[in-house]
Design a protein around this ligand. Structure first.
Ligand SMILES: [Fe+2]
Ligand SMILES: [Fe+2]
Length: 268
């Protein structure tokens, strides 16, 4: 990768090579490689616009920020999907929450701040920016609520179901009714969020900034594109990997007839 600059890399362990990749990279190059890194750097007050040519380690020192914490957060963005625990619902849920939910939560305030700034400075010439602010606020509220419902209601039920399937132990009482409604709600909310992203994409001409766009304008379009792309992978894991396993589990436990699968979204 372009921001690997340590000449002694050959003497280092694989783990330290991975760390050095970020440590010696400049803030600008790290964000260019992965726009999701922008939220991490901003959260720690590391300026990748004005200070884009500063190495991460140096920037952390200047701002008195813990380098190891920033490196750990950057590394967590790089988890390969090939390593995902697709067969284990509990582990997959942990991954979804730690990776996708955390990313959405950290991105929302950053994108809202950037959109507000760009709309204030460019809204006169580009009125669609003010519409984008409203649509993104609605999207943010929906996503925040949706993730909380998954974490507090649906995911614990799925983990209990998976554990009962694994151990042959008893299910918590009434789990079918408990799972069925949040699954329906989840699918409705995924559709709403997908439709809102489509509206935002259309208003931004496919996240294409105009010729007179400033750095923040270009950045926020990249951040929105990255958030939608992340959301697509997030929903794919929930709709196409996690939920079919729930339905199969319900059938195996005799709680659902295959012909009634449309009751939980036609998942099979
Ligand atoms: Fe989710
Ligand atoms: Fe979801």
């Amino acid at each position: 990768m372009s921001y690997i600059t340590n000449e002694n890399m050959g003497l280092q362990s694989a783990e330290s090579q991975m760390v050095s990749r970020f440590e010696n990279g400049t803030l600008g190059n790290i964000v260019s490689h992965n726009y999701r890194a922008a939220a991490v750097l901003e959260r720690h007050g590391l300026d990748f616009c004005g200070g884009g040519r500063t190495a991460l380690a140096e920037a952390c020192q200047q701002r008195n920020v813990d380098l190891a914490t920033v490196l750990a957060e950057l590394e967590s963005l790089e988890t390969a999907e090939a390593d995902l625990p697709l067969e284990d619902p509990a582990k997959l849920i942990s991954y979804i929450v730690a990776h996708h939910h955390a990313y959405v939560r950290s991105s929302i305030p950053v994108i809202q701040a950037h959109l507000a700034k760009v709309a204030a400075n460019h809204g006169e010439r580009h009125p669609e920016l003010r519409q984008l602010v409203g649509h993104f606020d609605g999207l943010s509220d929906e996503l925040t609520l949706h993730m909380a419902e998954e974490e507090q209601v649906l995911f614990p039920c799925i983990i209990a179901l998976a554990e009962a399937m694994r151990s042959g132990g008893p299910l918590p009482p009434g789990i079918f009714g408990t799972v069925q409604d949040p699954i329906r709600m989840m699918e409705i909310e995924h559709k709403y969020v997908g439709d809102t992203f489509a509206t935002i994409r259309a208003l931004s001409s496919g996240y294409t900034p105009p010729a007179d766009a400033c750095t923040t304008y270009r950045l926020v379009y990249d951040e929105l594109r990255a958030l939608e792309s992340d959301h697509d992978r997030h929903v794919h894991l929930e709709d196409n990997v996690l939920l079919p396993r729930v339905v199969i589990g319900l059938i195996d436990l005799g709680l659902l007839k295959r012909r009634h699968c449309q009751d939980v979204g036609g998942l099979l």
